[in-house]
Design a protein around this ligand. Structure first.
Ligand SMILES: *Cc1c(COP(=O)(O)O)cnc(C)c1O
Length: 504
């Protein structure tokens, strides 16, 4: 990792390698060597592995230094809207690390994994009850995969009924994974506009609905952080044409214990355990996108499913209408243990308080910031809200990207920016329930300072961050031409004229 001036902050572990160094001293082999090794076809033998040769303390220091360079939730506030980067209580990790869970092989006979099966069964039952729905699968390992699973189930449901439905409706504020999942599942996707108040436009929705619509994918609270005011009418209109309604419940921390999507009329939904239920997802994984559904979609859930009879748990594949497995084995079990621990340690009342605090915190920030930044939809928000940095872009040429980068200088992670797409220069902020008033006040101070700087010293923001280990990344190049493997050679020089270098 290098800084702008090329002074090295931390070398790759491969570059720390020194021949002969090792981290563990293994005893001499004191049993006969396996004779079959000699018969192994040479092509299958792994020899001369190009692993770094480092001592134990080299490894420990390397990763400790890297962890200190990184920003993470254990270091500071992470106001990343639509991402619910909340604190992960350490007891979750402690439980997931129990050898009976972490050392369990997924191919063990059911009789040797009763505790794990019970956990999967009880977690699924709990999620279904919080959703107000009938059943649950924990197999999908991401929110997006949960969406795809639900879409496949809806497709199978209509095929079983002998109906040909090829369309999916998605609001213009939806998370990008919604239309992507629908297209991946072979549906044609139509967009439904939002109205002036940031809710789904009911009249436009009615116009778009017909008997070819299989699924309408909604997010409630939607990605503006607003509760869908006409949700009952919206869902009734969908049901009137025989369509099912999907709830993107990736971030459900505003609803927990207060309202249930099933009671609103939703037929199927996903939860991101890695957002709502605290299992960590910084750095891109691992995830868990549990899908809950109503009684008429239940037969189509992925297999295997846990069955319980006389308090004995077993895996069953005996569901002839199932769409089949969507993942090897049983999903990200470690996340499931963490989520289950979180739920048990809080209890239903604790989960209710999470929602209360998440909504209170978001509204506190919204009210404190709405005079210095533009608030495009002036409404009480749920667990998050969206500001616009449009005024700074127009007057001073300071983009929302610059505001996000400047926040890094002031000790915060940046909010989600440029999403949802319907807000120009969007800043989407979600403090989560983890943050105290003291830490939120520090964040408010930082945001107000940046608003002043945008007026007085826009260049300072355009060049930010100034104090982080690395400055601005070439994000386009990082996405298009990532260097993922150490080869020992210098990476190719950056060509400033390359089209890959256009900033977003
Ligand atoms: C995060 C998110 C998703 C996608 O979840 P992944 O686990 O990243 O696939 C979908 N919808 C919303 C609203 C989200 O915030």
């Amino acid at each position: 990792m290098t800084r702008g001036d090329d002074s090295v902050l931390e070398r790759l572990i491969f570059e720390l390698s020194s021949p002969g160094r090792q981290g563990l001293l293994l005893p001499e082999l004191d049993v006969p060597e396996d004779p079959s090794l000699a018969e192994m076809p040479p092509g299958l033998l792994r020899e001369d592995l190009d692993f770094p040769e480092v001592s134990q303390i080299d490894v420990v220091r390397h990763f400790t230094r890297l962890s200190a360079l990184n920003y993470h939730i254990d270091k500071g506030m992470y106001p990343l809207g639509s991402c619910t980067m909340k604190y992960n209580p350490k007891v979750n990790d402690q439980m997931a690390g129990l050898p009976g869970f972490s050392g369990l092989h997924p191919l063990l006979p059911d009789s040797c994994a009763q505790g794990a099966l019970e956990l999967i069964h009880r977690l699924g039952q709990f999620l279904a009850s919080v959703a107000g729905m009938e059943a649950c699968t924990l197999q999908p390992v991401a929110g997006a995969q949960g969406e795809l699973t639900a879409l496949m189930m809806a497709k199978a449901y209509y095929a079983r009924k002998g109906e040909s439905r090829t369309r999916v409706l998605v609001p213009d504020s939806a998370h990008g994974t919604n239309p992507a999942s629908a297209a991946m599942c072979g549906f044609s996707v139509s967009e439904v506009p939002s109205n002036q108040r940031g809710s789904t436009d009911l009249e436009a929705l009615k116009k778009a609905l017909d008997d070819r619509v299989a699924l309408v994918m909604l997010t409630n609270p939607n990605t503006l952080g607003l509760f869908e005011e006409e949700i009952l009418e919206v869902i009734r209109a969908c049901h009137d044409v025989g369509a099912k309604v999907y709830c993107d419940g990736a971030n459900s921390n505003a609803l927990l214990g207060h309202a249930r999507p099933g009671d609103m009329g939703f037929d199927v939904m996903h939860f991101n355990l890695h957002k709502t239920f605290s299992t960590p997802h910084g750095g891109g994984g691992p995830g868990a996108g549990a899908v809950c559904c109503s009684r008429d979609l239940e037969p189509f859930l992925p297999v295997p499913r846990v069955r319980v009879q006389d308090e004995v748990y077993s895996w069953s594949r005996d569901f002839p209408d199932s769409i089949g497995p969507v993942h090897s084995f049983h999903g990200n079990f470690g996340n499931q243990v963490r989520a289950f621990t979180y739920i048990l340690s809080l209890g239903l009342e604790g989960l209710r308080q999470i929602a209360t605090a998440a909504v209170l915190n978001a509204n506190y920030l919204r009210v404190k910031l709405q005079d210095s930044y533009e608030l495009p939809y002036v409404r009480t928000c749920m667990h998050e809200f969206v500001l616009s940095g449009r005024q700074f872009a127009r007057k001073k040429g300071v983009k929302t990207l610059d505001i996000g980068k400047r926040l890094l200088d002031l000790g915060f992670y940046a909010p989600t920016i440029y999403f949802p797409l319907i807000v120009e220069e969007a800043l989407m902020i979600e403090p989560t329930e983890s943050e105290s008033q003291v830490s939120m006040d520090r964040f408010i101070e930082a945001m107000l300072q940046i608003a002043r700087e945008a007026d007085e010293d826009p260049e300072l923001l355009r060049k930010a961050p100034h104090s982080t280990p690395v400055g601005r990344f070439d994000e386009t190049r990082a996405a298009r031409k990532p260097i993922l493997r150490w080869t020992g050679e210098e990476p190719p020089p950056i060509d400033p004229a390359s089209p890959d270098r256009k900033s977003p």
